[in-house]
Design a protein. Structure first.
Length: 139
């Protein structure tokens, strides 16, 4: 499959095998920026939602995002791409849960091109009903 001018071989991918995506979503025209590509802030919101899913399970209750430790937009996202978010816990502390999120786009073409578009690391903190941090329950 020919690569576009900005795309490297490292960006083409297959979806990770052996694990289900945490979240799948397709951006709509209302999610586009003024240039017609998908707005980075929309992608960041979806990444935060995806990362919070394993964090909430591990915390056994509500969490708050305390930090976005890293975020890389490797390739643009287009309206109509089918996005798959793979979120996994990479570290836990006393109250915190750090999650890696990788996002893959299936371009809406007949040859079903798959590209890793975004990588991020976020940290969540388990919180109580007063929004104060609380220790994680035993794993
Ligand atoms: C979440 C909150 C209650 C935590 O308050 P706190 O307990 O006083 O915060 P602390 O500074 O003690 O840090 C709590 C944990 O986060 C970790 N942490 C703090 N800053 C961090 C950073 N920049 N990167 C990674 N981890 C960080 C700390 O190391 C600690 O982890 P540990 O308990 O596992 O050792 C508070 O910061 C808050 O309300 N933040 C706003 C959250 C929010 O509105 N998010 C957006 C919408 S969800």
């Amino acid at each position: 499959m020919p690569l576009s001018t900005q795309q490297t071989a490292a960006d083409t991918a297959t979806l990770p095998s052996g694990c289900a995506p945490t979240l799948r979503v397709m951006p709509m025209p209302s999610d586009a920026n003024i240039h017609g590509d998908v707005f980075g802030g929309w992608i960041m919101a979806q990444v935060d939602i995806a990362g919070a899913i394993p964090a909430t399970r591990r915390a056994g209750g509500r969490v708050a995002t305390i930090a976005v430790n890293a975020f890389t937009f490797r390739q643009p996202v287009f309206v109509g791409d089918l996005l798959s978010f793979y979120a996994k816990i990479i570290k836990t502390g006393t109250t915190s849960i750090t999650v890696s999120v990788e996002v893959y786009a299936e371009r809406q073409r007949l040859d079903a091109e798959i590209i890793k578009v975004t990588e991020a690391i976020l940290t969540y903190v388990a919180t109580d009903d007063q929004r104060r941090s609380r220790p994680l329950p035993p794993a």
